[in-house]
Design a protein. Structure first.
Length: 266
């Protein structure tokens, strides 16, 4: 991370126990404004738990979360959403029987000043009537190539497109921090490569600071500027994709889990 800019997000000595299970045990990392960072580690290493604490779904046992320089530890999820955090979930959470557009509009009921979409899309920032929200949701769908699907029941879409609708909903809130939890889970290789390219493009075009949990190593190594690797709730390594690929501890952690054959790491 460039030392010149203060971090947008700082995770400071984060620990979390569930009963006797130490899910997180001293996690430290920071995201500079505009970075696209991958958070990787074998299954059960604590990635989703870290997301849940950052967003306020869970309270940490100890440690702090700083967002835009202010402590947000223990905030409610709605508070953090209003501050500018948006996330997607490891398991799809959409209203299957509602049209695509309605699922995206759910993400637009956050009160905040004009954000990047107002600028990018040239929308008047002042008012957010229902009509304005609909226009904006449609534009976000356009960015993701789903405008034609706006009126369809979301449950009828192919799986990869449903994932994109979740992504659109998160984007629609004009987040300053986007947290994506295994967005390609359940996708085929084509859908995975396509969504990876979309994440990279949106990051490049909109400059949103993004933390990506992803088990597809090719994708995460290909698009992230930096990687944070955790294992069994602890920091294992941090660095560029090239540095991580060459890190003996990382190779060992993954091989140690993979002796029975291929498995999903991430
Ligand atoms: N709500 C919970 N209650 C009890 N244990 C949990 C809970 N959430 C996660 N864990 C445990 O914490 C560890 C980390 O889980 P998780 O954060 O989901 O890992 P990852 O997302 O890296 O696969 C696992 O051992 C998991 O079983
Ligand atoms: Mg997880």
């Amino acid at each position: 991370m460039p030392s010149s800019s203060s971090p947008l997000l700082k995770v400071d000595r984060l620990a979390k126990s569930f009963g006797g299970v130490r899910a997180l045990d001293g996690i430290d990392f920071a995201l500079a404004p505009g970075e696209l960072v991958g958070l990787i580690g074998p299954n059960g290493s604590g990635k989703t738990t870290a997301f849940n604490i950052v967003t306020g779904v869970l309270k940490p046992s100890s440690g702090r979360i700083l967002f835009e320089g202010a402590e947000v530890t223990g905030n409610r999820p709605e508070t953090n959403a209003a501050l500018g955090m948006a996330r997607t979930f490891q398991n799809i959470r959409l209203f299957n029987d509602l049209p695509v557009i309605d699922n995206v509009m759910v993400g637009l009921h956050r009160k905040r000043g004009p954000g990047f979409l107002a600028t990018v899309l040239g929308l008047p920032a002042a008012r957010r009537s229902e009509a304005a929200i609909r226009v904006r949701a449609t534009e976000v769908l356009g960015i993701l190539g789903l405008k034609k699907r706006a009126g369809e029941r979301v449950g009828s879409l192919p799986y990869g497109d449903q994932r994109k609708v979740e992504f659109a909903r998160a984007l629609a809130s004009e987040p300053t921090l986007l947290l994506l939890d295994e967005p390609t889970a359940g996708m085929n290789p084509y859908e995975t490569a396509d969504l990876g390219a979309t994440i990279e493009r949106l990051h490049r075009e909109l400059g949103i600071t993004t933390l990506l949990v992803e088990h597809d190593m090719k994708m995460v190594m290909g698009i992230c500027q930096r990687l944070v690797v955790i294992n069994q709730g602890r920091m294992l390594a941090e660095g560029t994709p090239a540095e991580i690929r060459a890190d003996a501890r990382v190779v060992e952690a993954y091989l140690g889990h993979g002796r029975k054959g291929r498995h999903a790491v991430g």
